[in-house]
Ligand binder design. Sequence first.
Ligand code: C2E
Ligand code: MG
Ligand code: MG
Ligand code: MG
Length: 318
Amino acid sequence: GSDGATSQRVDATRVSESDQAAAAARTTRAIAAALRDGQFVVHYQPIVRLLDGRIQGAEALVRWNHPRRGMRRPEEFIGAAEESGLIVPLGLHVLETACQDAARWANVAATATALGDDEPPVRPFVSVNLSVRQLEEPDVVPVILRIVERAGIEPGRLQLELVESLMLDTVGRPLEALRALAAAGIRIAIDDFGTGYSNFAYLPTLPVSSLKLAGQFAGQVDDDADVDGPDAGRESLSALALDHMVEGIVLIAHRLGHTVTVEGVETREQAARMLAHGADFGQGHLFGHPVCSDRLAAVFAGEPAGAGGRHGPHPTVM
Ligand code: C2E
Ligand code: MG
Ligand code: MG
Ligand code: MG
């Protein structure tokens, strides 16, 4: 009868919930083992000055170099790392690696300049994604400061990126930690600005030095969009509306003394429009895909950041 059908359905739900819990537990164990085995590597995507296209720094993006499944993107494991708390040691690993790599690029950039470029030497910065979970750790400030000191980079060459939605309702310890890090000279950026629920009233009170605009603002089309997902049927904004928003955000950011970086820049036309709106920096496939530290060092040494250079085209991590 109908009662039997109902209880079967309930059982099926229970099974799938415990399946999910088991899968999450497996992923968590796998992440912990991968951390011990050194399978998490850091790739870097160039961040260029829009005015002249010169590379100024790079964003550190973690990848799981899985022995059987190849290079895995963060969307496959960051969620599980956040939920299990493993994002804390994973994030520190990324931060430590990124600061040490940034110290090496500084040497490469200085040498390349000495060899005949008339531009002043670039002091490359590295931008590292930080989870709010990391800011809840009681010793986060001294731990980060020690990493910077051991790497031997000026604190101003490290930028920490926090996702807007998480950051703006942040109170208490995470915000105190951010203030202490900013006071020590580390730069703080709001990542994917404009895609969460921006509370503009908070912006002037945050210890922030830059805003990163998500690729949609440059006109990037999200080809991964799930047709059945929450975005289904949502109309994409007209190019004109996007332009007005970017202009407005840049104006506010600059008035507050923040720089603006536009992510997901894929075409020359997009780069030109973002520059016309006053954005300071660009990041995206037009300027370079995420690459390993050695590749990025070659870019700082004077090789083009886009596809090409003597190492051949940059690999795209899928
Ligand atoms: P994000 O911080 O907003 O990083 C930008 C993402 O956009 C990267 O994806 C990058 O590869 C991708 N991207 C760059 N240029 C283009 C472009 O021109 N077109 C398109 N379509 N995409 C572009 P990725 O590497 O898969 O990282 C995804 C997200 O994972 C990051 O978004 C960040 O939120 C998170 N993440 C990555 N590394 C870490 C980390 O070490 N710690 C934490 N907590 N999160 C991380
Ligand atoms: Mg980021
Ligand atoms: Mg972003
Ligand atoms: Mg990419």
